[in-house]
Design a protein around this ligand. Structure first.
Ligand SMILES: Cc1cc2nc3c(=O)[nH]c(=O)nc-3n(C[C@H](O)[C@H](O)[C@H](O)COP(=O)(O)OP(=O)(O)OC[C@H]3O[C@@H](n4cnc5c(N)ncnc54)[C@H](O)[C@@H]3O)c2cc1C
Length: 456
């Protein structure tokens, strides 16, 4: 067995792990990033390749380091194809948007964290979590080619992505760490990188289309005008879809894909749920997908993962400097996540809950009737306000969907209540249980209004 000692051990060389490591290393602390992939494969991660908000990414890895991976910065809107209504909605996407080469981006962030001073350990599959008698996490163990590697650290950061094994292995029952996590709160997604013979006309748009059944969507994101990231996903509380075949079928019906060649295929799970109520335990912090830091309506998780990495890194440093890695000492990390995007994502999750309870055709009809810019606000902001004139226009256009609109309106009221409640996120772990009880009361109302089965 080989033993390694670090201030911080990070599991996962994805976005959350690299930003954590860069933050910690920048401050002069020793940090290891452990990933199961080989050095050559690291950074090759299933993704739609749409990167939103890159203009405001944390500085631990400067934006200039990422830019070589930005293959299309001319994208400025979403194109929602609604075949049921024979409609295409063009919706502006607020903020800076790029389509990227995800593997190249993966190498850029690894290089960025490496330059900051992080040590990378590739090919190590982490299999267990070390804990002291009082439950404090003190390290991890993994295997590389049959050899056991132990990483001892003051703080372990779980950046191992969706359904992380660390959370199965660690006993976190003595902490507030959120263990109310199940497969049904995740989405199963798959994507292909497809080369088309002629440039597509929509190389300035992210194209979305609902899947024929189940709460899911297909996407076509142009990395360049001839290299398209084509994929789809469905919520795992639904009957499983045949992702590869369903994608193939849709591609066959699109003339621009005639003669196209598939260059790469990957699939994975991603959380489409509210962020973990608490992602801290003594000596332990979860970041990115491992803590549900994804916009549950769009599936976008890169920006949340980068910021979670920054906040976790900074909190780990503060705790180590104070000589106290207890849950109290790490708690401010949860507050920063909730304050930045966690509350918003929790409110957006309410619309996800609604989508599982309404008919896809009805929902699409309703979407087609709503003004695009308001939809954009709702998708990214967690809430939208309608002016009176717009309300009237919408009401006329959406005649036939009025009961759905009423339903949607009542759901929005619950989402707004939830957003308000998250603004009171507690400032210490002791107050979490009370806060959760009041939040769960609001969720009961969400289920009652939407008619959906409880998600949590
Ligand atoms: C198909 C698909 C499409 C998506 N499209 C988009 C999109 O267009 N835009 C967007 O913003 N987000 C998108 N997302 C979500 C986004 O990819 C994730 O939110 C983001 O990658 C999360 O980063 P992360 O660092 O938390 O985890 P990951 O990027 O998943 O990184 C986890 C790392 O941990 C390593 N690891 C896991 N288990 C172990 C172990 N036991 N031992 C050692 N290492 C381990 C993995 O090898 C991996 O390198 C998509 C997700 C999927 C699945």
């Amino acid at each position: 067995m080989t033993t390694h000692e670090y201030d911080v051990a990070v599991v996962g060389a994805g976005t959350a792990g690299c930003y954590t490591a860069a933050t910690v290393a920048d401050a002069g602390y020793d940090v290891a990033v452990v990933d199961r992939k080989s050095e050559a494969e690291a950074g090759h991660i299933a993704c739609g390749d749409a990167l939103k908000g890159a203009d405001a990414f944390p500085e631990a890895i400067p934006k200039s380091r990422l830019e070589p991976a930005f293959t299309n910065t001319g994208v400025d809107h979403g194109r929602f194809e609604i075949p049921q209504e024979d409609t295409v909605l063009e919706i502006p996407v607020p903020g800076e948007l790029a389509v990227i080469d995800r593997w190249e981006y993966g190498r850029c962030i690894i290089d960025g964290a490496g330059d900051a001073g992080a040590d990378f350990h590739y090919g190590v599959v982490v299999q267990d979590v070390l804990q002291a008698d009082d439950g404090t996490v003190t390290g991890i163990t993994g295997k590389r080619n049959g050899d056991v590697h132990e990483f001892q650290a003051d703080v372990v950061v779980d950046a191992a992505g969706a359904l992380s094994i660390l959370q199965d292995k660690a006993d976190l029952s003595g902490a507030t760490f959120d263990t109310n996590v199940s497969y049904s709160q995740f989405c199963s997604a798959y994507r292909e990188i497809v080369e088309v013979p002629e440039p597509v006309e929509w190389d300035d748009a992210l194209v979305f289309k609902p899947t024929e059944r189940a709460a899911g969507y297909l996407w076509y994101f142009p990395r360049t005008s001839t290299e398209i990231n084509a994929g789809l996903g469905f919520q795992m509380n639904e009957e499983p879809m045949q992702l590869v075949d369903d994608l193939k079928r849709d591609l066959r019906h699109r003339p621009e894909f005639e003669g196209a060649e598939v260059r790469d295929k990957l699939g994975a799970a991603l959380p489409t749920r509210r962020p973990y109520d608490s992602a801290t335990a003594p000596g332990f912090v979860a970041v990115g997908d491992a803590a549900g830091h994804v916009n549950p309506t769009t599936g976008g998780g890169i920006a949340g993962a980068a910021y979670a990495g920054k906040y976790a890194g900074e909190q780990a440093i503060e705790a180590i400097e104070a000589g106290d890695v207890s849950e109290d000492a790490l708690w401010a990390y949860n507050e920063r996540v909730m304050d930045h995007y966690g509350a918003r994502y929790a409110a957006l999750d309410v619309y996800n809950v609604l989508s599982t309870a309404v008919d896809v055709d009805d929902l699409m009809g309703l979407l087609a009737a709503l003004p695009g810019e308001k939809l954009a606000e709702a998708l990214y902001g967690g809430s939208a306000q309608f002016g009176l004139r717009l309300k009237l226009v919408t009401a006329l256009k959406s005649f036939g969907y009025w009961s759905n609109i009423w339903n949607f309106y009542k759901t929005k009221q619950q989402a707004d209540r939830l957003l308000d409640h998250y603004e009171d996120y507690p400032s210490s772990p002791d107050a979490l249980a009370d806060w959760q009880a009041r939040r769960d009361d609001i969720m009961e109302d969400v289920y009652a209004v939407t008619g959906a089965d409880p998600k949590y």
